[in-house]
Design a protein around this ligand. Structure first.
Ligand SMILES: Cc1cc2nc3c(=O)[nH]c(=O)nc-3n(C[C@H](O)[C@H](O)[C@H](O)COP(=O)(O)O)c2cc1C
Length: 352
């Protein structure tokens, strides 16, 4: 079991090919109406898109075991499960002897030799189904405070979206398979994924997430900072390797006079720019919260790669067959939104 949050606590369990995966969400107040159609819609965004995703297309039938009665929360633990219908893991046996470069196989086998590789085990992207369910409930909770979260794809492989983007652009991306902010970028990014896939290869990219409605001063300090807790939750998503807020690494090369976001008054205190991504001292400065998360290319690829035979301790080759996403980014966008909603919900209930 893996936990996120202090007051709104999300507990995640399961493995890619276990009979069930699921979650328990504690701390959501009672008498909140839950829109299960919205949960289904968000699960669809996580599912692989035809052509650019893995052909593994099992249904995500969520069964609520407790915490929701007659469509409303009871205030008890919200416990739900999703049955994995596709539990055939025979194609993965080979990775117990010849671990896949880039996947968790080698460290996992050295750490727990008896816990054999069956798919992606607990490291699998499959577990993000459960994250999206909890995130959608958290989303419905934070919407009561006027806070909304949307993400879109900033880049895939060499294709980069260089335009200034708003929350509305991010929301529109839900119509596009790659989660690009425009139809043109969607076709270019689709081609980038298909080209990599045709070569038995994969590509990575960047998801940008925007949250609006956070009041000035919202968020904790030091290890409870809103940005610190979001970064922790986002980097925990499988294949995420970096997170930056606002101009992020770009700030390192700017002068203070360029990087500071000056204030002005117009029916409230506003900012002329948003280089800080809406965060100062771990708290919202009232501008939209903006951060980017970099996802590496999918590790399981059809190309032959160097590895070690763990029985013989000799050099050998491995080639991955079976169902794999040539690009994780389009599916990761909703997962990034989900963990962001969970962190914000937790900070609301903690009164930060
Ligand atoms: C939505 C999603 C789908 C994923 N699909 C695959 C996949 O099909 N094949 C694969 O090798 N890795 C996939 N991954 C990534 C691996 O789970 C991840 O790279 C691996 O567990 C190692 O963890 P790390 O990359 O965070 O170090 C996926 C990740 C996510 C978030």
């Amino acid at each position: 079991m893996y936990r996120l949050g202090d007051s709104v606590v999300f507990t995640l369990y399961g493995e890619s090919h276990s009979e069930y995966i699921g979650g328990i969400l504690d701390g959501i107040p009672k008498e909140m109406e839950i829109d299960t159609d919205l949960i289904d819609k968000e699960l669809t965004l996580r599912r692989p898109s035809k052509g650019i995703g893995t052909p593994r297309t099992e249904p995500d039938n969520v069964e609520f075991l407790s915490g929701i009665r007659d469509g409303r929360t009871t205030g008890e633990s919200i416990h739900y499960t999703i049955r994995n219908t596709d539990t055939d893991n025979s194609k993965y046996d080979v990775f117990n002897r010849t671990p896949r470069p880039g996947h968790a196989d080698l460290p996992a086998l050295v750490k727990s030799p008896d816990h054999k590789i069956k798919g992606g085990n607990q490291f699998s992207g499959r577990l993000t189904v459960s994250v999206v369910v909890a995130g959608c409930i958290a989303r419905q909770f934070i919407s009561r405070y006027g806070i909304t979260v949307a993400a879109f794809t900033r880049s895939i492989g060499k294709i980069k979206d260089d335009k200034e983007r708003t929350f509305d652009d991010a929301a529109v991306s839900k119509c596009h398979a790659t989660r690009a902010a425009s139809a043109d970028l969607d076709s270019m990014m689709t081609k980038e994924i298909l080209d990599a896939s045709a070569e038995g290869d994969s590509v990575g990219g960047v998801v940008e997430c925007i949250a609006v409605g956070l009041p000035i001063g919202f968020g904790g300090t030091w290890f409870d900072s809103l940005d610190a807790e979001i970064a922790r939750a986002v980097v925990a998503i499988p294949a995420c390797k970096a997170v930056e807020f606002g101009k992020g690494f770009g700030l390192a090369g700017m002068k203070g006079s360029e990087s500071n976001d000056p204030y002005y008054y117009d029916n409230g205190i506003k900012l002329r720019s948003n280089n800080m991504g809406g965060i100062l001292g771990g708290m919202s400065d009232g501008a939209p919260l903006v951060f980017r998360a970099a996802f590496k290319p999918t590790p399981s690829i059809g190309k032959e790669q160097d590895t070690v035979d763990l029985e013989q301790m000799t050099n050998t080759k491995v080639k991955v067959e079976g169902r794999h996403d040539p690009c994780i980014v389009p599916r990761a966008a909703i997962v990034v939104e989900s963990v962001t909603c969970l962190v914000i919900a937790d900070q609301i209930v903690r009164g930060l």
